[in-house]
Design a protein around this ligand. Structure first.
Ligand code: SAM
Ligand code: SF4
Length: 368
């Protein structure tokens, strides 16, 4: 056994070199990392797992990210947008089934019409669900005024993955134009935080051209940004995207899976009180992928509550799971999966990130 891994794990904060060393560990050594992350999770978070009903309400997107199956240039996708009624019904389903929160996710559309529509939906959902219900948005980059308006109308969390915190790698996985600006993405995260959202970000693990040093940089980036929530998943290729051409350079899927678990474990140790999601992409590699993430580090599970007929058209990557199931089927599966991971479903709890609550308390103390 490598003694330096044991030494590194004596600490709760890691340097870039430490992180690289932890990411590089063999499977047997990684058990020590997982064990430490489990201990931190158990002490800081306990065994509660919060539910976020995921509504993929539209696959219309103005952007052309090189990795994503619903990018604008993919003409083989049937475009859809759920009706207001379908979205409200899905939100009501989550509320009635005591999920505690929802995520409204879509492609990126920046228009007055889209802004108004999301605003209207937020107000209606808030009216039905009251204040003790989490509403997360994941609708990409928007203007500050739009983010503020949505916050005022009831959204309290926002997910915007940085995808990679390395500017050069960012440029390699996005078109080189102002719609796909690295700087604007970072700026959006800062704006969201200033407005008062609980802010979540994350990256894809195993991207073509990505090194362990890049990933270590990603973890330090998230720590420096003082995030409240984190969504990390393996990158999975999609046949109809430009990055598919680079598939021969990728590490095998199971290695991407193991690396993602290590990243989650390191994040749990370094950012002990944030909410960490067990991403769906983990399950597309390993049938028990989300359970493994919960056992090690994650405390958030996002059952898909998009009406079944639309799901095949929100195909971000090949073999995306839960395409053929209905919201009710996903629900019974969710409870079984969380129990299997020795977690307890926190029914009816909005599940704010403890980190956010601590952050707000500190801010209020300063203001008094
Ligand atoms: N359009 C919004 C945005 O980009 O922030 C939200 C929806 S987007 C589909 C949600 C996430 O899907 C992205 O942040 C990205 O990390 C993930 N994603 C897209 N393509 C992927 C792929 N091929 N493998 C893994 N994750 C992928
Ligand atoms: Fe659009 Fe988001 Fe996919 Fe990029 S990742 S193409 S912004 S849906």
């Amino acid at each position: 056994m490598n003694t330096s891994i044991k030494n590194i794990l004596q600490n709760n904060d890691f340097s870039k070199d430490d992180i690289i060393e932890l990411l590089y560990t063999s499977q047997s050594e990684a058990k020590l990392l997982y064990q430490k992350a489990k201990e931190v999770k158990s002490y800081q978070i306990g065994d509660k797992v919060y539910l976020r009903g995921l509504i993929e309400f539209s696959n219309l997107c103005a952007k052309d990210c090189f990795y994503c199956g619903i990018r604008k240039s993919n003409k083989n996708v049937q475009r859809y947008s759920l009706s207001d009624r379908e979205i409200i019904q899905a939100a009501k389903f989550a509320f009635d089934e005591h999920y505690g929160s929802i995520v409204l996710q879509s492609g990126e559309v920046k228009s007055r019409e889209f802004e108004n529509r999301v605003d209207r939906l937020l107000k209606q959902i808030r009216k039905i669900t009251g204040n003790n219900f989490g509403i997360t948005l994941s609708c990409g980059e928007q203007n500050e005024s739009t983010y503020s308006r949505w916050f005022e109308s009831g959204a309290n969390r926002y997910l915007l993955r940085i995808e990679t915190s390395n500017k050069e790698l960012y440029k390699q996985i996005h078109p080189n134009n102002s719609l796909h600006s690295f700087q604007k993405r970072i700026e959006s995260l800062r704006v969201l935080k200033n407005i008062g959202y609980q802010v979540g970000t994350g990256v894809m693990v195993g991207l073509p051209g990505q090194t362990l040093s890049h990933i270590a940089g990603d973890i330090l980036f998230m720590k420096a940004l003082d995030i409240d929530m984190c969504g990390i998943g393996p990158y999975i290729e999609h046949k109809e995207t430009p990055l598919f051409e680079q598939r021969s350079t990728l590490m095998p899927l199971n290695a991407r899976f193991e690396l993602t678990l290590k990243v989650l474990a390191i994040i749990r140790i370094m950012m002990k009180d944030i909410n960490i999601a067990a991403s769906t992409a983990l399950q597309s590699i390993d049938k028990l992928g989300r359970e493994k993430a919960i056992q090690v580090a994650a405390n958030v599970f996002m059952p898909n509550i998009t009406p079944q007929s639309y799901r095949k058209n929100y195909n971000l990557y090949d073999n995306k799971p839960c395409i053929a199931e209905s919201p009710v089927e996903c629900q019974s599966c969710t409870v079984a999966r969380i129990n299997l991971a020795n977690g307890k479903v926190a029914f009816g709890e909005a599940g704010d990130a403890k980190h956010y609550l601590h952050r707000m308390n500190r801010r209020n103390e300063i203001l008094i």
